[in-house]
Write a protein that binds this ligand. Structure first.
Ligand SMILES: *Cc1c(COP(=O)(O)O)cnc(C)c1O
Ligand code: SF4
Length: 385
């Protein structure tokens, strides 16, 4: 029943003798553009492929040459088409094309920044919080984000979690009645074939003490055509299914992504977003405001904004924590409450997500608290004595 995610032979474009360059240089996209398997098969992964498509900087060329194995470069033609070829600072480009900076290791860099491996009772399962677990089912993604926190394990494109490993994880979850929520992530679970993902969902759905299943994914953004009728019909069978979608920049919200989110929302899947705060990509308050407001308009509720983890080789993406706090300060009260995510630092070494934000409680005295509002005005609230 289970086959490796990549084993399906995607429709080949050889029949039309089209190369990826032909496809990308066309004004209108051809027949296979909307086939997600075609997009995966034709990802841009080598220097030879990318060179004719974009004028690389020296730092990019060296970065591509040195990257490989774990977190190799891989960009779907769809996502690549969003790059502004004239702009070396294009936010889509900076997340997807490696730079030589990735090979600069800083003292604080960590291989497993969130201490996931230390909280793993069985292979592929992270049990960090009392009532929920994280299940890592594959190491493959549609596009490899250069700032990935799981770069220690993502991007080798091994076959997904074996049936034996899944059975072990399944037994663990089934035996722990305190677990009521399973978050399926990776890599990206939507890289699996629908039937394969269904196998996991159907098994988990049969556990009576589970209240919800969640899927953490970036595929609706980097490979929106993956959200097809088959996937939607399947997900609907296993409600309540929640989805956390990894968004980075307002430029990612295209008509294709809007259509994918609308199919998911219509199927009754509550959608949340997760965003990593990244220097030079989305660290301006105005950029983040546009992102969260656009997310609401496509029925995605901003959920978490993450401080960039201390993963090896991601130093050039990190901002001070104060940058995130300042962004929340500029959102809270200034725009729809639904648009304001929780800013968190995932504690290095494995303490979990710690929320941080602006301080609105100025002082606490007996029977009285002093508060400030989003405009900086001071107010007093009198407590019961
Ligand atoms: C983020 C995370 C979860 C889910 O956390 P929520 O705050 O419930 O979204 C669960 N387990 C691990 C290990 C995580 O990193
Ligand atoms: S989608 Fe997630 S797991 Fe995959 S490369 Fe990006 S950040 Fe890493």
């Amino acid at each position: 029943m289970i086959e490796p995610a990549m084993s399906a032979e995607p429709p080949s474009n050889n029949a039309l003798n089209l190369t990826i360059e032909d496809e990308l240089l066309r004004d209108t996209h051809p027949a296979f553009w909307n086939e997600w398997q075609w997009q995966v098969k034709n990802r841009i992964t080598t220097l030879e492929q990318i060179k004719p498509l974009i004028k690389l900087t020296h730092e990019e060329e060296e970065g591509i040459q040195r990257s490989g194995g774990r977190l190799a470069m891989a960009i779907t033609p769809y996502f690549f088409s969003l790059i502004d070829k004239e702009d070396p600072d294009c936010p889509i480009r900076k997340q997807s094309i490696p730079l030589i900076d990735e090979f600069r290791i800083e003292n604080c860099d960590m291989v497993d920044p969130c201490g996931e491996d230390n909280h793993s009772p069985v292979t592929g399962l992270v049990h960090r919080y009392p009532d929920r677990v994280l299940l890592l089912v594959t190491d493959s993604c549609a596009m490899y984000c250069r700032y990935c926190t799981r770069r220690r394990m993502v991007g080798d494109e091994h076959p997904p979690m074996s049936i034996e490993s899944f059975e072990e994880a399944f037994k663990y979850i089934k035996s722990k009645r305190t677990i009521r929520d399973v978050l399926i992530s990776g890599g990206d679970p939507l890289m699996l074939k629908t039937e394969h993902l269904e196998y996991y969902l159907q098994k988990l759905h049969s556990i009576s003490h589970l209240d919800i299943i969640r899927i953490g994914t970036r595929v609706p953004v980097t490979l929106p055509m993956r959200v097809d009728d088959g996937l939607i019909a399947m997900l609907k069978k296993y409600h309540p299914v929640y989805m956390s979608i990894h968004f980075t920049h307002p430029k990612e919200i295209t008509p294709e992504v809007t259509a994918a989110c609308s199919m998911l929302a219509d199927a009754g899947v509550p959608l949340g977003s997760q965003t990593v705060l990244l220097k030079g990509i989305n660290d301006r308050p105005a950029t983040m405001k546009r992102l969260v407001q656009k997310l609401l308009s496509i029925r995605v509720r901003p959920y978490y904004l993450y401080q960039c983890d201390l993963a090896v080789g991601t130093g050039h993406f990190r901002t001070p924590v104060s940058a995130g706090i300042n962004i929340i300060e500029k959102l809270r009260g200034h725009t729809t409450g639904y648009a304001v995510p929780t800013f968190v630092v995932d504690a290095p070494g494995g303490g979990g997500k710690i929320p941080v934000g602006p301080t609105y409680l100025i002082s606490q005295a007996k029977g009285k608290v002093t508060l400030r509002n989003y405009e900086g005005k001071i107010f007093e609230y009198f407590e019961p004595q």
